[in-house]
Write a protein that binds this ligand. Structure first.
Ligand code: PHE
Length: 480
């Protein structure tokens, strides 16, 4: 049987895993949620949840992957009788997330190009239009959106085709340090703008957002807890097999516990740094602009760059390139969840791994979903789920992006993480993780914590997060 090639170095593995975790969620989700949900208090809650839940699920997933040396589907099939189908949930989530992630990644590429146009005063720049109109035009220009979306899919596919060491590891080992460096440049610029301090106050000072009218009223504690939990596990790429898959390519001598901890810490630091880059700029230069979601990225931030003159466009190019890197390093981990499974199967049958063929097939599948999201243009073009079903628009039916997000981030991922804990805690037993962590002379320092958490604490938190996600995405009002 052909050898299953993995990461060449632990650094490469870490960059790929951190790259998967750091994505659009860190940039447009975390900073805004932190500000709107209690500032510093939110951060403390987030960190507690990240320790009791994020770290535990992360370690569990990495261990399952490495123990079996298989992608998500194969790993559960080998280890569990009751949950042998669980990996398929991950494959489904991966397709759905890729559908909207690639569309958004395509928009980011478009904005990089737009700012190049702005530097040279070319026709493909703003062309005298306000940011809201530029974005509106992109959403309704279906052909342009589809082209950019497919360019993003193509880039993702090319990297995954290169394999783990030759594609994903290489890309992330260069891309992630570059992302970090560019983020520092943007932070320095943003934090030295006049009035930048308001952005910092919004993010960190509890109650500031309400006192200053940025939001109407403070959310209650239950809502804050569920917002933090939902953000935490999406941001860490948990509950859908990405970390099982990456773990399966890690060498036995590497320390799983340390790696899991580093991934959680790096993801949180980059989310905070993204806040330092975005919020001060928004409060200094576009204080009334949208503060979260795609509009923050494509309307507010572009307004910020427009108001700085030519040098602003250069910052714009750097900023959107940074976001493209963050998005691609996540989308390759999503595509790899799908590709790894089919390669494993082909390899078992002695057919080689056929990575190139499966990368193309998986990219075509997710490309089709991406085309749908692009054609829909965030619900601007009359083909959103609510248009088709003839119902009133709400959270999940607003647009195809929200629909895919609701099913994946809202239901499948928290469910996947919950079932993984039950599977490890109650079916196969946490000993499997212990053994995997202690290979080749490594020790498992948090074993006591892990065992209690995976059996009781983490599943309880996951049930709560699942309810919170369903509540938030489907507007049930449970936590009001
Ligand atoms: N963690 C990514 C983000 O924060 C999203 C993601 C989820 C990526 C699941 C891969 C797998 O944007």
């Amino acid at each position: 049987m052909e050898e299953r090639k993995g990461f060449g170095t632990n650094f490469g593995f870490l960059m790929a895993a951190v790259g998967s975790a750091v994505g659009l969620g860190n940039i447009w989700g975390f900073p805004n949620k932190m500000g709107a949900s209690g500032g510093f208090t939110f951060l403390v809650i987030y960190l507690v949840l990240a320790a009791l839940c994020g770290f535990i699920v992360m370690l569990g997933e990495l261990a399952l992957g490495r123990k079996t040396g298989k992608g998500a589907v194969g790993a559960y099939k080998v280890l569990s009788k009751k949950f042998k189908w669980l990996g398929w949930l991950g494959i489904l989530s991966a397709f759905l997330i890729l559908g909207f992630y690639c569309a958004l990644g395509g928009y980011c590429i478009k904005y990089m190009v737009l700012n190049v146009g702005n530097v040279f005063g070319a026709g493909f720049g703003n062309n005298g239009l306000a940011s809201g109109d530029v974005f509106g035009n992109l959403l309704t220009n279906q052909l342009e959106s589809v082209i950019y979306g497919l360019i993003f899919v193509l880039l993702t596919m090319i990297i995954v085709m290169g394999g783990i060491g030759g594609g994903i590891e290489k890309f992330c080992s260069i891309g992630m340090p570059c992302l970090f460096f560019m983020l520092v440049i943007i932070i320095i610029r943003a934090c030295t703008l006049p009035d930048a301090v308001n952005g910092l106050k919004y993010m960190f000072v509890p109650g500031w957002a309400v006192e200053n009218g940025v939001i109407d009223k403070a959310p209650n504690l239950l809502t804050v807890l569920s917002t933090a939990g939902g953000q935490m596990f999406f941001s860490l790429s948990l509950g859908m097999g990405a970390m099982v898959t990456y773990g399966s390519y890690l060498e036995k001598k590497q320390n799983l516990e340390k790696n899991a901890l580093i991934i959680v810490i790096c993801d949180t630091i980059i989310a905070l740094m993204a806040g330092l880059a975005v919020m001060p700029a928004r409060f200094a230069l576009d204080p009334n602009g949208p503060i979260g979601g795609p509009k923050l990225l494509f309307i507010t931030m572009q307004n910020v760059f427009n108001s700085m003159g030519t040098v602003g466009y250069i910052f714009g190019i750097i900023f959107y390139l940074l976001v493209v890197l963050a998005a691609i390093s996540s989308s390759i981990s999503l595509l790899e969840v799908i590709v790894a499974h089919f390669c494993d199967k082909a390899r078992e049958k002695g057919k080689g791994d056929k990575r190139k063929v499966y990368s193309i097939i998986a990219a075509v599948g997710s490309g089709l979903l991406c085309v749908l999201v692009c054609l829909d243009g965030l619900g601007s073009n009359g083909i959103a789920p609510f248009d088709i079903l003839g119902i009133e628009a709400n959270g999940w039916s607003d647009c195809w992006l929200d629909f895919f997000d609701c099913i994946s981030e809202g239901v499948l991922m928290p469910l996947g993480a919950l079932l993984m804990c039950i599977c490890i805690g109650w079916e196969i037993g946490p000993k499997v993780v212990d053994e995997e962590c202690c290979l080749e002379g490594n020790s498992f320092k948090s074993k006591g914590l892990f065992n209690i958490c995976v059996k009781v604490i983490t599943p309880l938190i996951m049930v709560f997060i699942l309810l919170g996600q369903v509540d938030g995405f489907f507007g049930l009002g449970l936590f009001q």
